[in-house]
Design a protein. Sequence first.
Length: 207
Amino acid sequence: MNEQVVTEVEQNEAREVRVAAEARLPSRFGSFTVVGFDSHDGKEHGAILHGDVRGKWGVPVRVHSECFTGDVMGSLKCDCRDQLEAALEYVAGEEYGAVLYLRQEGRGIGLANKIRAYALQDAGLDTVEANHALGFADDERRYDTAADMIRELGIRSIRLITNNPNKVGGLQALGIQVDGRIPLQMEPNRHNRFYLATKREKSGHML
């Protein structure tokens, strides 16, 4: 057994994310396959696939973290829902692609703490200062689950749909080959303009 095959076998044995279910999903953005994953972290993560991604190189992939207030409730305090919808539209227009949906609300601090951070922002702190005031880092998200999902889907390499260089570096550090970045620029509104400026100036987002 050659070194590459041994490495792949070791990765498969170490992987703690598995496809649990999949089905066809027609949506307002196009026709997809929806996939549910079981994970070592006890959470059920999901993915939306367009076309056949298995064995492909340079697959457009969006790694999207859950945002109840934005994705579901349509909050104007962030650009999460706009980014999610734009990513789905982009992937639907490609031969193949994927949007991974990770259950790590509020940049990894959870829904209740995110709402506490909102209250601190209403009192004058920016999004980074609010996280620090609650005892968290700027961004508590992890990408090991996303890396395992990419491997479980059989994707060889990705073009990451993101403005966040930390997401690129995080996936690369976990062994994911990132062939390029696809920007995802959203038009700011009066409620999220300061939030987006803070992400650019303090968190290095390419906005």
